[in-house]
Design a protein around this ligand. Structure first.
Ligand SMILES: NC(=O)c1ccc[n+]([C@@H]2O[C@H](COP(=O)([O-])OP(=O)(O)OC[C@H]3O[C@@H](n4cnc5c(N)ncnc54)[C@H](OP(=O)(O)O)[C@@H]3O)[C@@H](O)[C@H]2O)c1
Length: 242
């Protein structure tokens, strides 16, 4: 009899999946707690060369993203993500409260028509590099620019001062990479879909390191989602020895 092909869809989600939310639920209120999420292919890409990125990850990863949103006070995205995807940043796929929406838009590239800037009663913040004015319902947060970049540590602390203590940095890769480089990210949820793109936009891109001894080696737990995707829950505050 021929061997049965490996059916990855038959695998069950890890029984301790719920544990991935514990660090968020139990985070100290005294400082910002930052979790970043990134969905990518097996070869570490988040979009094709033409920018197509929807459905690299499947519905289980999308459910997970909405659960993450439901567990935080604020969700942060870069201008590139708003221009590419026009996300709503709401909690729709699971029960929960919509988090505040924070868009980092130093150059005013995001239109007032963007869905995440809607006047719908959800707190909305645009992080800029100057004292630009925005729509009346949008809170403009000016952060000093250095070499064209706004310090993620300052952004996280300003949000914390506004009562937004648990922060999800949802994307894209540029925004998440700067937050990790700044040392402000506590955990990364990396969702890896069983798909190989072979070309296109890479995910994380951090400051170059000279040797493997400088690599980040977070304590990591692996969870199998129910459509064959893998969730790597990485604790950047607990490094493994190289
Ligand atoms: N796979 C996933 O999980 C996921 C999640 C979200 C998005 N995406 C995809 O990612 C792509 C967009 O990602 P991206 O990396 O190109 O863009 P991005 O990270 O969404 O946005 C980057 C831009 O945001 C602004 N920005 C962010 N952080 C900043 C900081 N600390 N200081 C100053 N400016 C800052 C800058 O705007 P300026 O350019 O105006 O200076 C920067 O170029 C899209 O294709 C989207 O579909 C994927």
């Amino acid at each position: 009899m021929p061997a049965q092909p490996f059916e990855i869809r038959a695998l069950r989600p890890s029984s301790d999946y719920g544990a991935v939310f514990e660090p968020i639920l139990t985070a100290s209120p005294d400082r910002p707690f930052v979790v970043a999420q990134l969905g990518q292919s097996l070869d570490g890409r988040i979009a094709t060369p033409t920018g197509a990125s929807r459905w690299i990850n499947g519905s289980a990863a999308l459910d997970h993203l909405h659960r993450l949103r439901a567990h935080v006070d604020a969700v942060v995205v870069g201008a590139g993500t708003v221009l590419a995807d026009d996300p709503m940043l709401t909690v729709r796929r699971v029960p929960g409260r919509h988090p505040a929406r924070v868009v980092i838009d130093p150059n005013g590239r995001v239109s007032c028509e963007a869905r995440c800037l809607a006047d719908d009663g959800v707190q909305t913040i645009v992080v800029t590099s100057d004292a630009r004015r925005g729509p009346r319902h949008v809170d403009m947060l000016a952060i000093e620019s250095r070499d064209g970049w706004l310090d993620p540590v300052a952004i996280a602390h300003e949000l914390h001062d506004r009562g937004l203590r648990k922060i999800l940095v949802e994307g894209g890769a540029t925004t998440i990479s700067h937050f990790i480089d700044a040392g402000v990210v506590d955990r990364v949820h990396l969702l890896v879909a069983p798909i190989i793109l072979g070309s296109g936009t890479m995910g994380l891109s951090l400051s170059p390191i000279a040797g493997l001894d400088e690599a980040l080696r977070p304590q990591t737990r692996l969870h199998q989602l129910d459509d064959g995707e893998a969730l790597f829950d990485c604790d950047l505050r607990q490094q493994r020895r190289g």
